[in-house]
Design a protein around this ligand. Structure first.
Ligand code: FAM
Length: 433
């Protein structure tokens, strides 16, 4: 067994035993109340699942195994310019330990060794019109590889419950290894006339992904390391993670559960917001007729968007109540690496203008930017203006978190998820009580 798998197995076995005992001894303990308002507003704040890999604090933002984004930037082995490698985050999410540089290098090599994408995936993608939305292609690409599922095969042969995690680990590692190649293939066929670029396995996961997309710029490689790290996980309740968790709880294999989650990520209130943000900014620039709009011009455009009954993409969050540290880390990146970009200046002006405009509505719980408010402008700067592809980048990263969490779920023997729903009659009756 490789080092990562062995470390995980040791930790998971002892936590499994501990969790079983807690469930037996304290399973009846009441820990929260649920209001009618919560039931009627998308289950906000209801504690209803266990998720090992990260936890979201409304004010601090995401913590991966207890470590905030500024902390992981300090702690995790990094690329040459200091941005953390997502390989290290994956290791941390699975083991709770910060890996050494050697351990991260081993993981990079392991993923390279698993990264061959089966031909049928390319054949299926090639059968789609090239202008099929990249997220649709991504989901179909993942499903086209499902026949390779080790979990599926071993389950059919009579896999013991205690070995579920092992097969899910293998599928998850294979999927994570393959996702950048599938994503790059989709990008190059959709936007670069199908001129594909072979992987370079001398590079780390992120730099190789950047290379296959078509950039060997060292700053873009750093951006990819940061990007793939900060988008990976946002606790379990967000729509993509929760979907993966729910589908996997039926013992659908990782290919099926990840594909399901990617369809959730493709919604405009969730991961698709990263394309919506840049689309909205481009439309604003067109409508105002200037690439350097003033704050006053932006404020007028923001008001117009709100008056049309639309949301301002990239702002607001179901849990966060402060500027998203994932936004802030991208801003810091831009401050460090990018000089004189009208587009990035515009993103920062929007940051000054939108929160007071949303606060003035009196109903928006979080007027601050989320992760999607900044990423598009960075990608445009590095030569990737094709915004319909952006959510695929988010998806490659999100795969790391949700698949790591999925390995934990099977190792901890988590059962089929089945919350209770109620009808409007029940709600009316409760309201009268
Ligand atoms: N612009 C305009 N109105 C907004 C708004 C925004 N950015 N954010 C929230 N609101 C409205 C919201 O539509 C709701 O209005 P109604 O009562 O008329 O339906 C009201 O404010 C209360 O909403 P909330 O409780 O503050 O937020 P929710 O928890 O319901 O929704 C979001 C959270 C993220 C769906 C919401 O803020 C939004 O639509 N934001 C824009 C889309 C976006 O950026 N999504 C990406 C989220 C990101 F973190 C991710 O998943 N990648």
């Amino acid at each position: 067994m490789d080092t990562l798998k062995q470390k995980f197995a040791d930790k998971a076995l002892s936590l499994y035993t501990e969790m079983r005992a807690i469930s037996k001894e304290s399973g009846d303990k009441v820990v929260a109340e649920v209001t009618l308002g919560q039931i009627m507003s998308g289950a906000r704040g209801i504690k209803m699942m266990q998720w090992e890999t990260s936890e979201l604090d409304a004010n601090v933002g995401i913590r991966f195994r207890g470590r905030s984004i500024p902390e992981i930037k300090q702690l995790l082995p990094s690329g040459p310019q200091g941005e953390p490698k997502p390989e290290g985050l994956f290791w941390l999410m699975l083991t709770g330990e910060v890996p050494t540089k050697e351990e991260v290098d081993q993981l990079t090599a392991d993923w390279h060794g698993r990264s061959e994408v089966p031909q049928q995936c390319y054949t299926v993608l090639d059968s789609l019109p090239a202008d099929t939305h990249p997220m649709t292609q991504f989901t179909i690409g993942i499903m086209a590889m499902q026949g390779d599922s080790i979990f599926d095969k071993r389950y059919a042969e009579g896999l013991s419950k205690s070995d579920y995690w092992d097969a899910v680990y293998e599928d998850s590692m294979n999927l994570i290894a393959r996702l950048p190649r599938v994503a790059a293939y989709i990008y190059r066929r959709a936007f670069k006339d199908g001129k594909h670029i072979e992987p370079d396995t001398s590079l780390d996961y992120s730099a190789n992904f950047a290379h296959m997309l078509g950039s060997d710029d060292k700053d873009f490689r750093s951006l990819m390391r940061l990007y793939l790290t900060i988008h990976a996980d946002h606790e379990g309740g967000n729509a993509s993670a929760h979907t993966v968790h729910l589908v996997a709880s039926t013992l659908a294999d990782p290919y099926r559960s990840l594909a399901a989650g990617m369809n959730a990520l493709a919604g405009p209130l969730h991961g698709l917001a990263n394309q919506e943000v840049i689309k909205w900014i481009f439309e604003m620039i067109d409508s105002l007729g200037t690439k350097t709009p003033s704050k006053e011009q932006i404020a007028t455009y923001v008001q117009q968007t709100l008056d049309e009954g639309k949301v301002i993409p990239g702002y607001g969050h179901a849990v966060l109540r402060e500027p998203d540290p994932r936004f802030t880390s991208q801003r810091r990146f831009a401050e460090q690496y990018i000089k004189d970009s009208d587009l990035i200046d515009t993103v920062w002006k929007i940051f000054d203008v939108v929160p007071p405009a949303l606060q003035a509505l009196g109903k928006v719980k979080n007027p601050w930017p989320n992760v999607d408010a900044h990423s598009g402008a960075l990608l445009v700067h590095y030569g990737f203006p094709e915004f319909s592809f952006y959510t695929v980048l988010f998806g490659v990263s999100r795969g790391l978190g949700v698949l790591a969490a999925g390995i934990w779920s099977r190792a901890l023997g988590m059962p089929l998820e089945r919350p209770k729903s109620v009808t409007s009659d029940w709600i009316k009756a409760q309201a009268k009580k």
